[in-house]
Design a protein around this ligand. Structure first.
Ligand code: SAM
Length: 179
């Protein structure tokens, strides 16, 4: 039913923290092949909207799904809002990951770089009370990233889905933007 198994991670986070609701506008960064977007579309329903961004194409189509095939570093939050007609989102999700190379430290820093870009975008488009959920490969820059999320958005939770393979160093950071 879903194009990737990664949907279970979002499902688990959503069931635990009640992230997504009917009618919401959701921004899904690193959306391909499309499982998170598909799940989000089911949760927000016909009155909601999901906007996806990825370098690669997605296997999702719905009247209330808008997709940008783009590099997140080349798509500005202003352009994103302008093209979708949305000025604020209820949730910004990022499952973005670099292509892993086997170089753990390099992969970690590339992952943090993507997470920082997601944070930058969330800061511009997330409404007060809105949810930010971002995946990061853990490593030495992780604590500093968590501090940055706290400073810019609000209190942070760390979430490691049960559905993540045990050898994986991925962890999710969750924040609700303070009003
Ligand atoms: N959440 C997706 C799903 O459920 O189908 C899976 C996402 S996959 C783990 C990570 C994605 O991040 C890849 O599709 C990759 O193309 C995307 N990505 C990595 N770097 C990116 C960038 N600079 N801009 C946009 N997307 C990027």
């Amino acid at each position: 039913k879903y194009p990737a198994r990664s949907v279970y991670k979002l499902k688990e986070a959503d069931q635990k923290y009640r992230l997504l609701r009917r009618g919401q506008k959701v921004l899904d960064l690193g959306a391909a092949p499309g499982s998170w977007s598909k799940y989000a579309l089911e949760k927000v329903g016909k009155t909601g909207l999901v906007v996806g961004v990825d370098l690669n194409p997605v296997k999702v189509s719905a009247p209330n799904f808008v997709f940008f095939q783009a590099d997140i570093f080349e798509l500005s939050p202003e352009e994103l809002c302008e093209k979708t007609g949305v000025s604020v989102f209820d949730a910004v999700l990022s499952d973005m990951a670099p292509k892993t190379t086997g170089d753990r430290s390099g992969d970690h820093f590339r992952s943090v770089h993507l997470a920082e870009r997601a944070l930058e975008i969330a800061e511009k488009v997330l409404k007060p009370g809105g949810v930010f959920l971002v995946k990061v490969f853990e490593g030495e820059a992780f604590p500093r990233f968590v501090e940055e999320v706290k400073k810019r958005l609000g209190p942070v939770k760390r979430f490691r889905p049960k559905s993540t393979r045990s050898e994986s160093r991925e962890i999710f950071v969750l924040a609700r933007r303070e009003s």
